[in-house]
Design a protein around this ligand. Structure first.
Ligand SMILES: *Cc1c(COP(=O)(O)O)cnc(C)c1O
Length: 406
C-alpha cells in the first residue's frame, strides 16, 4: 500500500484489548463491516446478538437501551429521536385504518395533535377521555379500540389518574380480550413508580403493556439533547414496534446517546433534587393570595393526590419537579404574562428536566374540550424547578408577583 490515503483508511493498527474506564466507549457507524458474505446474509435487523447497519443498532445504542429497560422494569427498549417520535412510533405500529385510539384529555398536546392530524387522515379514529372519571374510560372502549394512552401525571395540569383502575379497565376490556395500554412515563422517569408492576406483591403482575419516555427531560438532564424511548416487556410487541421503527428510519446520534449514558447515573439524585425544590415552591405558592389553585400531585388536595400516593409511595413518595398555578380570576392574562416576563431565574421555554428553571403560561381553555370541574378558573402557568437554590427561586417568584401584580 504505497498510497498514503489508502494506507490511512486501511491502517492495520488495532489498539490492545482490555481497556476499561468509568464511561463506555462510543461507537459511531452508518456502515457496519461483516467478516464474510455468509455472515452478511445470515444477520437480521431484529436480532440483537449482532449488527447490520448503524440505523439498527450499535454497541452504544444497545447499551443505553438495556440500561433504560432495566430502569423501567421492562425487557426491551427502542431509541428514537424524540419523545414525540416515540409516541408516533407506537401509534404507527399498532393502529391501522378503522381502529380507534383513546387519549386522556390532559395528555401531552402533540400526542392529541398527531391523532387529530395524520392518524385521522389515515382513517384512525380517536376519542379523548376524562382521566379523572374512572367510568369514562370504560364507557368509551369499544370493539374497535386498539390502543389506550395513559399519562401520569397529566401534562400541564398534573392530575394523577387512578392508574391501577385504568390498567384493570384495559385488561378486562372487550369481554376480557383486553386492549393494549401505553403509558407516557416521562413524568415518572422510571423512578416515581414501576409502570410494569403497579401493585408490587400482587398475585398477578398488573402493569401497562408499554411505556414511552422523552429522554429529552430528566434522563438527559442538560436541556441539550432530544431523544425518546419505547419500553416493553413482551418480545412480540417489541418486534411490532421495531419493524415500524426500522421502516421509518428512526435513528439516534451516537453523541446524543453518549450524553444520556453520561447523565443516567445521576438521574435519581437529580430527580430527588428537582422534586424537593418543586414541592417547597408549590407549598409556598399555596400560601400566596394571588393563586386560586396550586397543582402538584404530591400536595394534599391537588387533583388525584390519593392516586399519586397509591402508586408513588405512602410516605414522602416521589414526584417530578413540575407544578402549575392557576392565578385568581381577578388577574388579566396581560398581568399574568407580565408576571412571567418579570421572572429572572425562571426562563421562558418549553420542555423541562435540565438545570435551569423554566416557566410557560398555557391557554388551558384552548387545550381542553371543556374546563375541568376540578380546576379553578383563571390563567394557568406551569413551572419546572431546576437545580438552583430554592430560596433564590422563591425570591424570584416573590419579586415577579410584586412587580407585575402590585
Ligand atoms: C416533552 C414531552 C414529550 C415529548 O418529548 P420531546 O423529546 O420534546 O419530543 C412527550 N411526553 C411528555 C409527557 C413530555 O413532557
Amino acid at each position: 500500500m504505497s498510497d498514503k490515503t489508502t494506507g490511512l483508511i486501511h491502517h492495520p493498527y488495532v489498539p490492545p484489548a482490555g481497556f476499561a474506564a468509568p464511561q463506555p466507549g462510543v461507537y459511531k457507524a452508518s456502515t457496519v463491516i461483516f467478516p464474510s458474505v455468509a455472515d452478511m446474509r445470515s444477520r437480521e435487523w431484529k436480532d440483537k446478538t449482532g449488527y447490520t447497519y448503524g440505523l439498527h443498532g450499535t454497541p452504544t445504542t444497545y447499551l443505553l437501551e438495556e440500561r433504560l429497560a432495566t430502569l423501567e422494569g421492562g425487557a426491551q427498549c427502542l431509541l428514537v429521536p424524540s419523545g414525540l417520535a416515540a409516541i408516533a412510533n407506537v401509534g404507527l405500529s399498532l393502529l391501522k385504518s378503522g381502529d380507534e385510539v383513546l387519549i386522556p384529555a390532559n395528555a401531552y398536546g402533540p400526542n392529541k395533535a398527531l391523532a387529530e392530524g395524520e392518524l385521522k387522515d389515515w382513517g384512525v379514529r380517536y376519542q379523548l377521555y376524562d382521566p379523572m372519571d374512572g367510568q369514562d374510560l370504560a364507557r368509551r372502549i369499544g370493539p374497535k379500540t386498539r390502543l389506550v394512552w395513559l399519562e401520569a401525571a397529566g401534562s400541564v395540569t398534573l392530575e394523577f389518574p387512578d392508574l391501577v383502575a385504568q390498567v384493570r379497565i384495559c385488561r378486562n376490556a372487550n369481554g376480557g380480550a383486553g386492549v393494549l395500554c401505553a403509558l407516557d412515563n416521562t413524568w415518572g422517569a422510571g423512578l416515581a413508580f414501576n409502570a410494569f408492576d403497579l401493585v408490587p406483591g400482587a398475585a398477578q403482575r398488573l402493569g401497562v403493556d408499554l411505556t414511552i419516555h422523552a429522554l429529552t427531560k430528566y434522563p438527559s438532564g442538560g436541556g441539550d439533547v432530544l431523544m425518546g424511548a419505547v419500553v416493553t416487556r413482551d418480545e412480540g410487541l417489541h418486534l411490532r414496534l421495531k419493524r415500524t421503527h426500522m421502516h421509518l428510519g428512526l435513528g439516534v446520534g451516537a453523541n446524543d446517546v453518549e450524553a444520556v449514558l453520561r447523565s443516567l447515573p445521576s438521574l435519581s439524585l437529580r430527580y430527588a433534587a428537582h422534586d424537593r425544590t418543586a414541592r417547597a415552591l408549590a407549598r409556598w405558592c399555596q400560601t400566596r393570595p394571588e393563586f386560586a389553585q396550586v397543582l402538584h400531585p404530591a400536595l394534599p388536595g391537588s387533583p388525584g393526590h390519593e392516586h399519586w400516593r397509591a402508586v408513588c409511595g405512602e410516605e414522602e413518595g416521589r414526584a417530578a419537579g413540575l407544578f402549575s398555578v392557576i392565578f385568581d380570576a381577578r388577574y388579566s392574562q396581560a398581568q399574568v404574562d407580565a408576571f412571567c416576563d418579570a421572572l429572572r431565574l425562571f426562563k421562558l421555554g418549553y420542555s423541562w428536566g435540565g438545570p435551569m428553571s423554566l416557566v410557560v403560561p398555557y391557554d388551558l381553555a384552548g387545550m381542553r374540550p371543556t374546563w375541568p370541574a376540578h380546576l379553578a378558573r383563571g390563567s394557568l402557568v406551569r413551572f419546572s424547578a431546576g437545580l438552583e437554590a430554592v430560596q433564590d427561586l422563591q425570591a424570584d417568584l416573590a419579586q415577579a408577583l410584586a412587580a407585575a401584580l402590585a
